[in-house]
Ligand binder design. Structure first.
Ligand code: GDP
Ligand code: MG
Length: 176
């Protein structure tokens, strides 16, 4: 039996954050390079998407899980966190509530996820200049407080979407 190659490991990566922050849109943008306006059906979860990211010439396999709308009722099951190697915690830069709620999400992460889980805080919808209520500095400060990585993205324009997943993959590779 051949020894599994480093790149055979599949890294379970989960998306978290309030309903409406753009989790499904971010994953669709990363997977297809397209933005589909309008809220995705909360009941039709897309499950997971497998993606391979190349970091310094080697391949990192990500299995990215999206919620099926359970986050609306704060009923993301503990099983969702279990075995997650990485997580992207999103808020919407137009929603102070979604930003404030990231603390509650981080509490859940602390409780249910593995201690060494790779975490990236993401301020999504950064394309909406005028309506922004959460400043970039606010996101940066929160990320520093929790010692997690931070990025602002737009699932609409695609800004930083690949970079965010790439950074997560790079960190996963570095931690091995
Ligand atoms: P989810 O509930 O977290 O999965 O959020 P969705 O992906 O369903 O997105 C919620 C709403 O925000 C939809 O109307 C999306 O079109 C919109 N949306 C998602 N990402 C962005 C973004 O980066 N920019 C803008 N302007 N709208 C976005
Ligand atoms: Mg969704």
């Amino acid at each position: 039996v051949p020894t599994p190659e480093e790149d055979d490991i599949i890294h379970k990566t989960i998306l978290l954050g309030d309903s409406g922050v753009g989790k499904t849109s971010l994953l669709v943008q990363f997977d297809t390079g397209k933005f589909q306006p309008g809220t995705f059906s909360a009941t039709v979860g897309i499950g997971f998407t497998n993606k391979v990211v190349t970091v310094d010439g080697s391949k990192v396999k990500l299995q990215i899980w999206d919620t099926a709308g359970q986050e609306r009722f704060r009923s993301v099951t503990h099983a969702y966190y279990r075995d997650a190697h990485a997580l992207l915690l999103l808020y919407d830069v137009m929603s102070k509530t979604s930003f404030d709620n990231t603390r509650a999400w981080l509490g859940e992460v602390h409780e249910y996820a593995q201690d060494d889980v790779v975490i990236m805080l993401i301020g999504n919808k950064c394309d909406v200049n005028g309506e922004r209520v959460v400043r970039r500095e606010d996101g940066e400060r929160l990320a520093r407080e929790y010692n997690v990585a931070f990025m602002e993205t737009s699932a609409k324009t695609g800004l930083n979407v690949d970079l965010a997943f790439m950074a997560v993959a790079r960190e996963l590779k570095a931690r091995k």
